[in-house]
Ligand binder design. Structure first.
Ligand SMILES: [Zn+2]
Length: 393
């Protein structure tokens, strides 16, 4: 008995667009008919509507061993562009992607997030203008914008809420800055959320339950559960950097104002603080990495201790959500022979055997995972069935 056609797929050209989106090489009319149970005439009408709106295009012919070659239909990547910017504590990465979310050009520059929203967002705008000029694209063809920030984001409003390392950014209307300049939706995400999605979509896509741990100036995580980003009820899920490691009132003060957070012992800024205290010279996170690489015993001991602490915090997540893969990213993850090895050992020691039986613990393998994840998030939004149906209405 043929599967009954879902009313949604029958009535929504946007739903048909979703089907085509999932197949990068495109689909023939026969394949679409087979999967949707739509009549040949209905398939042709839908494809015509999508094509006249510039949403799908012929993707070349599929050679058939017998009979006539069949035309394939794919997402039209020329429909417009997507602009994204991944802001870190000390730098930004911006990219322009096609309508399918594939980055076409990426630029980076140093910028201090504590310069505040007015100065930093002006830099992002300048990079966006440069990227548009580079591809000779007019600002009216921007379909959507994505921005990632190194702090907690209220996903409903796109505003950062009490971000420990982003002084001056609390409750700032980041989407409003861009909607004044561009007529398109703006998505603001916590940086690690964008990174874990980028790691998943641009990587092997072989694992649907994944935790990304960014160890840079601070410590943050992004959770991907069953292939979907998990933000929690308010957008604060997975913030292990600020779970208490000790209740000792004389413990180190964290940037969030509390005492004894994981980050106050093991974040890059805390390691720089401790190395500075040991050497009597001001230090940055980069100095810690360089000192470890040059064999400095103090720096090595500090990083090894940080790996142990981070591993213990990650073990809590492993026990809680049982991911298949833990991915380490960020400036300190570059010291994988030291920090990853120590963290890995702590995770195995402190997690249940069932939770670690098939667990993979690896360093990030996707360059610019943040901007890639952002481009995917914005594409999911601008190419959703509802957005396409609204466009065609
Ligand atoms: Zn804290």
């Amino acid at each position: 008995m043929p599967t009954p056609i879902s009313p949604w797929l029958r009535d929504s050209p946007g739903a048909l667009f979703q089907l085509i989106r999932r197949v990068p090489l495109g689909m023939t009319r026969t394949e679409i008919g087979r999967q949707t149970h739509l009549s040949r005439t209905a398939v042709i009408q839908r494809l015509d509507a999508l094509r006249s709106a510039g949403l799908v295009t012929e993707g070349g012919q599929l050679g058939a061993p017998s009979g006539r070659p069949a035309e394939r239909y794919c997402v039209d990547r020329r429909r417009g562009v997507i602009l994204v910017a991944d802001l870190g504590a000390m730098g930004l990465t911006a990219a322009i992607a096609d309508a399918a979310g594939t980055p076409k050009a990426v630029v980076q520059e140093m910028v201090d997030i504590t310069d505040g929203p007015a100065a930093v967002l002006a830099r992002v705008q300048a990079r966006f203008d440069e990227l548009l000029r580079g591809l000779h694209v007019d600002a009216t063809r921007v379909l959507g914008i994505g921005v990632a920030v190194p702090g907690p984001v209220d996903h409903e409003t796109g505003r950062t809420i009490d971000p420990p390392i982003m002084s001056g950014w609390h409750d700032h209307d980041i989407p409003g800055f861009f909607t004044d300049l561009f007529d398109c939706p703006v998505d603001v995400e916590k940086d690690t959320n964008a990174m874990v999605l980028g790691e998943h979509r641009a990587g092997r896509r072989d694992v649907d339950d994944m935790v990304l741990v960014k160890i840079g100036t601070g410590i943050g995580t992004g959770l991907l559960l069953r292939g979907e980003l998990y933000r929690g009820a308010d957008g604060a899920a997975g913030d292990i950097g600020h779970t208490p490691l000790t209740e000792d009132p004389d413990g180190p003060v964290c940037r969030c104002g509390n005492v004894g957070c994981v980050e106050a012992y093991a974040g890059g800024w805390a390691l720089a603080r401790d190395l500075a205290a040991a050497t009597g010279r001001p230090c940055t996170v980069g100095d810690v990495v360089r000192a470890v690489r040059s064999g400095d015993a103090t720096a090595i001991a500090l990083v090894r201790r940080a790996g142990e602490i981070i591993g213990g915090a990650v073990a809590d997540i492993v026990n809680m959500v049982n991911p298949r893969r833990v991915v380490f990213a960020g400036q300190l993850a570059a010291l994988d022979e030291l920090i990853l090895a120590t963290a890995r050992e702590a995770i195995y020691r402190r997690s249940l055997p069932l939770a670690t039986r098939n667990l993979q613990i690896v360093a990030s393998s996707v360059p610019d995972a943040g901007v890639r994840g952002l481009a995917e998030l914005v594409t999911d939004q601008t190419s959703s069935a509802a957005a396409i149906d609204a466009l065609l209405a």
